[in-house]
Design a protein around this ligand. Structure first.
Ligand code: HEC
Ligand code: HEC
Length: 331
């Protein structure tokens, strides 16, 4: 039986993620530039921990606290209840979560009222393995039960805090990029609610946006977004970054899962690269200019006279995250 859930909360016209740029963590490694003698580092495969992934990628929007005020998305508990009401067995439950994460569209959504309420979720580009780990965690743990948040949650946080120290470079970079994306997405959502899409556009332009999350200290890294078709020319991809963009585009075009990669830079540093893929909601500001809401394109051009970031369709590579980190992996 299909159950639709009514979620209480504010509404907004559109929702967008990660709109600001050049967030730099406390440790500035931005000065690292391309070097010709790069080594490709093999991607490692892990037994991912669903809770750990949700800390960086989901909780900023899907609050683990069921009684949070002014939610920007269904709470974790609401999500779990709807899915477990709808899917009785583990395989179906997990597959439905994975399908939505891989492709967050209205067709794949169960909670139709949440899209009206909060706008469509951004494409997270997590990859199958990580999506599966989250789905499994959600099925196996009683995140919707009364005691979970007041009791279990803290214990889980302590548990994964210890684990994070052992992450491989590529997974550490992923957590950092996703953490940034989800926090920016959440903050922007508040801005949209208050000032609408035109107001949010100026917010995207705010270079002075400070990335203050504690993750920057934990990860000791800096983060950028770059593109082959940048809106802000400061986000222009370098020759080396263009190479990665081309590789990601090819994987996307061939229907493969995009494989993040790391490359070594100066002695002791490594850069991680992760895809930024469009979905429907990005079209408001990156799609066909003739379809944009009144005034939006004019304002974009006023702010970014050299804008190249329009004409996209959903499910295209908009750019990449570039995370510069101190190397930890052993050879
Ligand atoms: C930037 C905010 C944001 C982040 C980060 C985010 N979500 Fe969402 N998510 C939403 C919003 C808004 C909705 C409700 C609208 C919709 O269904 O698209 C949603 C809906 C969902 C749904 C329900 C879809 C349905 O069936 O109706 C699931 C499941 C979900 N998210 C899982 C996740 C997981 C797992 C993560 C972390 C990997 C995550 N989300 C990260 C904003 C976010
Ligand atoms: C409200 C309008 C708006 C929406 C919606 C929007 N963006 Fe943007 N985007 C911008 C603006 C403005 C910039 C320039 C920010 C800056 O000055 O760095 C930008 C920049 C970017 C950049 C950095 C590279 C560049 O071109 O400067 C990426 C990557 C990006 N957006 C991806 C996305 C994705 C993916 C979505 C959908 C999930 C999205 N954007 C939705 C307005 C928007």
């Amino acid at each position: 039986m299909m159950k639709k859930m009514k979620i209480i909360g504010g509404s907004s016209l559109i929702f967008l993620a990660a709109c600001t740029s050049n967030e730099t963590a406390n440790n500035d490694v931005d000065s690292l530039t391309d070097s010709s003698d790069l080594n490709r580092v093999e991607m490692t495969s892990n037994n991912y921990d669903g809770f750990q992934l949700m800390v960086s990628s989901c909780f900023s929007c899907h609050s683990p606290n069921p009684t949070i005020e002014n939610p920007v998305a269904p709470t974790l508990a609401e999500m779990k209840m709807v899915y477990s009401d709808h899917y009785e067995n583990q395989a179906d439950f997990e597959q439905a979560i994975i399908t939505f994460l891989e492709n967050p569209t209205a067709e794949n959504a169960l909670i139709s009222s949440a899209i009206e309420e909060f706008g469509l979720m951004p494409q997270m580009s997590m990859g199958q393995e990580k999506s599966a780990a989250i789905a499994k965690y959600l099925f196996q743990n009683g995140v919707e039960t009364e005691n979970w948040y007041p009791q279990q949650f803290q214990a889980e946080q302590r548990r994964v805090k210890l684990m994070t120290e052992d992450l491989s470079d590529i997974d550490r970079g992923f957590e950092y990029a996703m953490g940034t994306k989800s926090i920016l997405g959440k903050n922007l959502k508040g801005k949209l609610k208050a000032e609408g899409p035109l107001g949010a556009l100026s917010f995207c332009n705010l270079k002075a946006y400070h990335f203050t999350d504690s993750m920057s200290q934990v990860y000791d890294a800096s983060i950028r977004r770059v593109s082959d078709q940048p809106r802000n020319q400061e986000n222009t991809a370098s020759a080396m970054e263009l190479e990665i963009i081309q590789a990601f585009k090819k994987q996307l075009a061939e229907g493969e899962e995009i494989k993040p990669e790391t490359r070594e830079f100066l002695e002791g540093y490594v850069h991680g690269y992760y895809p930024i893929v469009t979905n429907e909601m990005c079209m408001k500001c990156h799609g066909d200019v003739n379809q944009m809401e009144e005034g939006v394109h004019a304002k974009i051009l006023a702010l970014y006279p050299e804008d190249k970031a329009t004409g996209y369709a959903p499910n295209q590579l908009r750019g990449i995250w570039v995370v510069a980190m101190k190397k930890r992996d052993q050879e």
